[in-house]
Design a protein around this ligand. Sequence first.
Ligand code: SAM
Length: 290
Amino acid sequence: MAKLGNPQNTIEILQKYDFHFQKRFGQNFLIDSHVLEKIVRAAEITKEDFVLEIGPGIGTMTQYLAEAAREVAAVEIDRNLIPVLADTLHGYDNVTVIHNDILKVDTCALARERNGGRPFKVVANLPYYITTPVIMGLFEQKAPIDSITVMVQKEVADRMQAGPGTKDYGALSLTVQYYASASIVANVPPNCFIPRPKVGSAVIRLTRHEKPPVSCEDTEFLFRVIRASFNQRRKTLINGLNNAADIPCTKEQIAGAVEALGLGETVRGETLTLEQFAGLADWLRRQPGG
Ligand code: SAM
């Protein structure tokens, strides 16, 4: 099978299978070998590695991953792509295609069965409509993940990296930074895909922290506080938290916590660091009813 990753071979395969792109699956296939090589390099894959690929499409990146890794599992939701993948990945004996929705895959079980429970790497050109749930799900499932190297919308990559006080800073930034260090590896223009997406893209690498950078008594409660603080961005932190149904504290308790942290009563959530959120969550949780 010819190597994919260029317009000609991609179009040939699409025509051979009379493939029709499905918008609802966020299908934008990579046709640039330089970008593919850059992604695989940034992921630092070795012959020891087990790699999970999300959304292999016609198998373009899968071919590159199969050459670099010990083993690849590729999860694809679109049944029309399964016979295409059997064709394009014919000859790679270290790839398993799993026909499923990634949001329904138990990644802990996958790591146990395929990698003896050892840390694995995730690499993907993600379907943009589920970027946030996929990344949150990977971290929250507590699977042993070493790193996640993914193509996402440029704007989402910026949000993952953003710091306090910037317009891009929000619940996604804090959640990603709690679990990993984030660095943008490449900016990728629309002409590297077929069909062309309407927005610019970026490859971001999230390297999992061995230990979270802040300590917090209850992570689930911390993320509830973070989400509530950004739900009503224009409100003060005290009002935002007071209006949140899942923060069982009175306005007085919230105001007390804000004061105890040395913050002014008009402070907004978008100026707090992860460490300050962890302090706030611990303080609120210790209140009666919290
Ligand atoms: N990896 C290929 C490439 O780079 O050319 C395709 C990337 S394309 C942006 C996203 C792929 O994810 C598509 O093949 C799409 O069918 C698949 N996909 C969409 N939603 C999915 C889901 N929930 N679970 C697994 N795959 C999904």
